[in-house]
Design a protein around this ligand. Sequence first.
Ligand code: NAD
Ligand code: IPM
Ligand code: MN
Length: 365
Amino acid sequence: MSSASISSSSRKRLAVIPGDGIGKEVIPEAVKVLKAAAAAGGREVALSEFDWGADRYLRDGVTLPADAVEMFHRDFDAILLGAMGDPRVPTNVHAADILLGLRFKLDLYVNARPCVLFDKRFTPLKDRSEKDVNFIVFRENTEGLYVQMGGNFKKGTADEIAIQEDLNTRKGVERIIRYAFDFARRRGLQRVCMSDKSNALTFGHDLWQRVFKQVRAEYAEIEASHQYIDNLLMQMVRDPSQFQVIVTSNLFGDIASDLGAQLAGGLGLAPSGNIHPGQVSLFEPVHGSAPNIAGKGVANPLGSILTVGMMFEYWGWQSEADAIDRAVRAALKEGKTPGELGGTLGTREVGDWVASSISKAGVSR
Ligand code: NAD
Ligand code: IPM
Ligand code: MN
C-alpha cells in the first residue's frame, strides 16, 4: 500500500509515557509494532516521549507537570502509557498524580478493558474455550473510591481515624452506564450486566441502581441484568460465557478486570483504553510495573501491543488494528510467546516477531 496520500486523519500525534518497571520494557515493543502497522497501512504517527515516572520524581520531584493537561488537549491525539509504580516510592504519589491525575483531569470516564480469550490453551478454566471468554468490562474511571477525598485524624496514634470517601454523581454514573449500552447497541451485542454492592452501600450504589433502571428502559432490545460484585466475580469464574458487557464502578472494575485478564490468558495480555469519546484519550496495558520481573527482559509485551490496536480502533484505523490482532493471534498460535504464556521468547523477541509478521503480511482493507 502506498503512503503517498496521507489524509489528515492518517496522521496522528502520540505522547508516549513508558513509566516504571516493565513499562519501560513493553512500551518500546508496542511502539515497534505501532510503527510497523502504521507503515504497512500508509499512516503516520508523530511520537513524543515523556520521562515521567519514579526515576524523574526521585530526581527532581516532578510528577505531572502543571501544563500537561493543556498540552495534551492542544498537541496530542492520544497518550500511550506503560505502568506507574516503584518500590522506592511507597506512597505511590507519582502514580496518583500522573495516572489517576490524567484520568481525572482529562475526564477519561470510560475505562474499557476487553477480556477476550484468543486461544483456549491460555485460560486456567477447565473445559472453556474462545467462545466462553469474550466480554468487556467498562469501569467508571473518574469517581468512586478513587477521588482522594478523605483524610487522617490523629495519624500514627492508637486513636487514628482514616476516611476514604466514595463519590458517585448522577452525571458520572449515567454516562458510563449509557456508554456501556451504546457500545452494546453499536456492536449488536445482546447483554449488559451492571454490577454494584447496593445491598451494603445503600446510598452511593442505590444511585447506580436507580440510574441503571432509568437508562436500561431506553435500550429495550438489550437484555439488562444486575449482579452484586461478589456474585459477579464468582460468576465470571463459574460461567464467563454469560457476559458480553459488564459495567461497574471504579474500584470494582479495577478488580474485575484483573480477574477477567487472567481468564483470558494473563495480565500481560490485557489491553485497556481510558477514553473520553472524541477527546484525547489514554491507552495502557491493564498490568502494572511488575517489580518482581522488571529488568529481566521477560515481561509479556502483547498486552501493550493489543493496546495499540485499541488506540488505532479509537482513531478509526480499523485495518491497522485488525493487522495487529491477526499478528498477535499468530504469535499465540505459533508459540512465539514469553514465559507468562509458556513460551521461551523474551520481551524484545516477541515484539520483533509481531512487528515483522505485520510488515510481511501487510494491512488488508
Ligand atoms: P502488576 O500488574 O505489576 O503485577 C502482578 C503480577 O503479574 C506480577 O506477578 C507480575 O510479574 C505479573 N505481570 C504483570 N504484568 C506482566 C507482564 N506484562 N508479563 C508477565 N507478567 C506480568 O501488579 P502489582 O504487583 O500489584 O503492582 C506492582 C506495581 O505496579 C505497584 O506499584 C502498583 O501500584 C503498580 N500498578 C500500576 C498499574 C498501572 O500503571 N496502570 C496497574 C497495576 C499496578
Ligand atoms: C490499574 C491500576 C491502578 C488503578 C493503580 C496503579 C492506581 O491498578 O490501572 O488498574 O487502580 O486504577
Ligand atoms: Mn488494576
